[in-house]
Design a protein around this ligand. Structure first.
Ligand code: FE2
Length: 313
């Protein structure tokens, strides 16, 4: 990954660690039927990348830098160090249990419990760092030191994994996800009705055409929309739904998206009393295969009229 600043590096490490945690939880739920090699690879990743590589960036570089800028040693940094120690102890236990499973075929009945405790500690820890410590640290760190932190973090990854070390670990976790039935799909835990309501409550109108330009979906089905839509458009090609004089432009945008030379297009118009922003985005699979195009229509006049600030805190 390019263009990461020092904080992106830490936060992206966390995201990768969280993906490994989810996979380890999945394995622990299989009990005696777990795949010991996958579980061991995950524990090794959590020890080597999660602890040695990531925690080293914090313990050897980030925390000392914050301390040198005046953050008190006993405060959040003290708590984080204690939690790192706790994580290490759990990982040692898990490694010993999996070694035993590989050598003798027996998996300790405590394995699932230890994974749950380790996972709860680590998830809470990541939340505290991402949401409390890092924003707090931003108030201490001077802009001129950000590049130094980034370079020091990169040196640590480089010394352990060589060039492209982070991406190599992303590929490792992606392949383990693939072997374990894919990444967690958060939407799968929601009813379709809730997903639809979530989309409909947003102050934008969405439409989707698939990879063959067939209109498959529009939001706010029963509500008044900026651009009227009716169920009769579903199943028709998008070219049949646009006025003839704009069809060539629609075709051009879609052709470029399919060819991979365009990811988005935007237009804005005065329409009735509104200032309407219309944007199109190519929808692609993780592998980059074109899956269709989503249109977002939005009256942005209320945003253009905003002045000053209104903060939650
Ligand atoms: Fe961390």
């Amino acid at each position: 990954m390019t263009d990461q600043n020092y904080l992106d590096i830490l936060i992206n490490d966390h995201a990768l660690i969280e993906r490994a945690l989810v996979l380890l939880e999945k394995q622990s739920e299989l009990g005696g039927k777990l795949n010991p090699n996958i579980a061991m690879t995950l524990v090794d990743f959590l020890i080597e990348y999660g602890d040695t590589c990531h925690n080293m960036k914090e313990e050897n570089v980030y925390f000392p830098h914050l301390l040198s800028l005046g953050m008190p040693p006993g405060g959040p940094i003290g708590v984080m160090l204690e939690e790192h120690k706790g994580e290490r102890e759990y990982l040692d236990k898990l490694k010993a249990m999996l070694t035993e499973r590989i050598e003798s075929g027996n998996l300790s009945t405590d394995f699932k419990q230890v994974v749950e405790e380790y996972s709860a500690l680590t998830k809470g820890h990541i939340w505290k760092e991402n949401d409390i410590l890092y924003p707090m640290g931003k108030r201490f760190i001077r802009p001129e030191n950000e590049e130094m932190l980034k370079q020091e973090f990169e040196k640590i990854t480089l010394s352990m994994y060589g060039v492209d070390g982070y991406n190599r670990n992303v590929r490792l976790i992606s392949s383990l996800e693939h072997q374990s039935g894919g990444r967690v799909n958060m939407l799968a835990s929601l009813d379709l009705d809730v997903i639809q309501n979530m989309i409909d409550v947003l102050p934008v109108e969405l439409s989707f055409v698939d990879e063959n330009d067939i209109v498959k979906y529009y939001s706010k089905q029963d509500e008044k929309k900026i651009f009227t839509r009716s169920l009769s458009v579903i199943g028709r090609t998008v070219q049949q739904c646009h006025p003839p004089k704009s069809v060539h432009l629609v075709n051009k945008i879609l052709e470029e998206m399919k060819a991979g030379t365009r990811e988005s297009a935007e237009f804005w118009i005065n329409f009735e009393s509104m200032f309407v922003h219309i944007s199109y985005y190519a929808v692609r699979s993780k592998e980059g295969v074109y899956q269709g195009c989503i249109e977002m229509v939005h009256d942005v006049k209320p945003y253009r009229d905003l002045e000053g600030e209104k903060r939650l805190i």
